[in-house]
Design a protein around this ligand. Sequence first.
Ligand code: HEC
Length: 284
Amino acid sequence: MIMIKKLLGAFALALTCSAALASEGGVKLDAAPYRINNMASLQNGAKLFVNYCLSCHSANSMRYNRLTDIGLTEDEIKKNLLFTADKVGSLMTIAMRKEDSKKWFGATPPDLSVIARAKSTNFGPSGVDYIYTFLRSFYRDTNKKTGWDNAVFPSVAMPNVLWQLQGPRTYNHVTIAETEKPDGKTVWTRTSTDFDVNGFSQSKSEELQNYHGHAVNHSTFKPVDAAQTAEYDNNVADLSNFLGWMSEPAQLLRKKIGFWVLLFLGLFLVVAWRLNAAFWKDVK
Ligand code: HEC
């Protein structure tokens, strides 16, 4: 009994931890569309990755010719995707040195080979959800060095490299947080900040007298051209999907084999059950 209680306790703890991780930075992550079996989506994601990310970020565990797994031929890879290497069997490395990127951006862009797994939680949102939300949460802020900030990763050193695809947006950020006054009393303060398309911001704060709720951190983006932003979201879904695939390229094969193994076990169960009945028929 005690053992079961302990196990349940551990399970509850794991659930709380992953929920806490999911809300790191206080922002709820959007669920990325599930497209892991969609080759056109993975190919579009690979194209976007090589064109827009593989200059600052490497993918040191990935070889170009592994992209044949998502339906590309070696010729297509050579013609359309091979910019930073000359052999189709090369790893996806980059020329930028870590010390330089640290100097230029203030932080080293991480290798993205397994980023989707590094960012995933056990019971909460996946790493693909994280990347999908992260890449759609940039907003212009004139107070930042790069001219950009990010609602999921505040003060991020990465600029919004896909801004031309996304199109301009305004951003509203509302927080309700407990603050301590000089006399030691705590009060709840609601702050609403509006950023226009150029990144100029206006902020208002008010104290809430009778607030008994919890802390709030809410972001709202408004695109100027909704159709362009919807198209962008679709592309980012493909890019995130590709990063999810890259973090475990064998997952397509694993799932395929898994399906047949389970089917075999299911059929075998019936055979074993009938055989068992036939063997013992005369004994009883
Ligand atoms: C101009 C260089 C540059 C380009 C291009 C770039 N990034 Fe980044 N990226 C960075 C830097 C710098 C960081 C580290 C940010 C930090 O730690 O503040 C980063 C961090 C990240 C992270 C980790 C965020 C986290 O929560 O730790 C992800 C994911 C990411 N980039 C994805 C991408 C993708 C996908 C692309 C292509 C669309 C891309 N990046 C293009 C510079 C770049």
